[in-house]
Design a protein around this ligand. Sequence first.
Ligand code: P6P
Length: 339
Amino acid sequence: MAKYYKAQMLNEFITTQQTAFPYAKGDLTRLLNHIGLASKIVNREVNMAGLAEILGETGRVNIQGEDVKKLDEFANDQFIKILTSSGEVCGLASEENHDIITFDNTFTKEGKYIVCIDPLDGSSNIDVNVSIGTIFSIYRRITPIGSLPDDTDILQPGSKQVAAGYVIYGSSTMLVYTTGLGVTGFTLDPSIGEYCLSHYKMITPSNGSIYSVNEGNYNYFSPGIQRYIDYCKSHDGKKPCSGRYIGSLVADFHRNLLKGGIYMYPSTDDQPGGKLRLLYECNPIAFLAEQAGGKATDGKGNRILEIVPSAIHQRVPFFTGSVDMVNKLEEFISQEDSN
Ligand code: P6P
């Protein structure tokens, strides 16, 4: 029996939630609605990518050393333009830009919030029509309103996030976010161009039978992680887990959030700090995971949300999902450390 919720659009829901924040004067509400608007514009291009001459590479390489796709660039431009026009955002950290993005004008310098964003995550999947996503994280600025923001505003631990979420451009387009009052999902109804409430108070199962990891790197993982992957395959003689890996963090995380599972991106020899970026991939996903009853660590017992960033594009090993699965993984890792 499908669950039906009182029909509610994203902006109504955000406004309703805002009443829980006595200090809030609608700024965060407006900011979240601007994120929703930008995602609808990106969604339109993602859905037409094959037709709109927007597939393929730009010929440029970004700060990460990755080929910049035309859709990456389009998404980055849209989010920067719409978020800075909101008047709520004084600075952004984007996967596509080397430095913090600020605008030396009064309008944006009055903004109260900082946004860290991966405008189009999983972009290597764009040209093969596989789900991709946008990941965002929102902080209150530390520097005084009216001044130019700087790295102190950006390099805050994930525990300081006031909101975080993702948009998944998949078989349907969904916006999933939290402000610390649980995780809620909205599905875009293209016939009216509105995000409609579809997943109220999302809770992830405490255990699961799905593990998501790029097993092509198995030989480069530490023995404890290799043992855990072997355990998932044997599962003590019980039905083994299913390996599911899409190559888009948002898509893998979203499936595991709903069904239970663990996503792993361990460090490897050529990426000793891991691959995923702390500010605009791991922190927002970790906030959502914990708000849904899950867990997110660096595999060494450190809660992702407590890591104090030292650089905008800092990478960390990342393990997140059902709490029992993440705990089991950490057992295998600590056994390895004690050997
Ligand atoms: P690999 C996409 O580039 C991304 O950041 C995540 O969305 C995804 O889970 C991971 O990297 C895929 O990386 O090395 O397995 O292709």
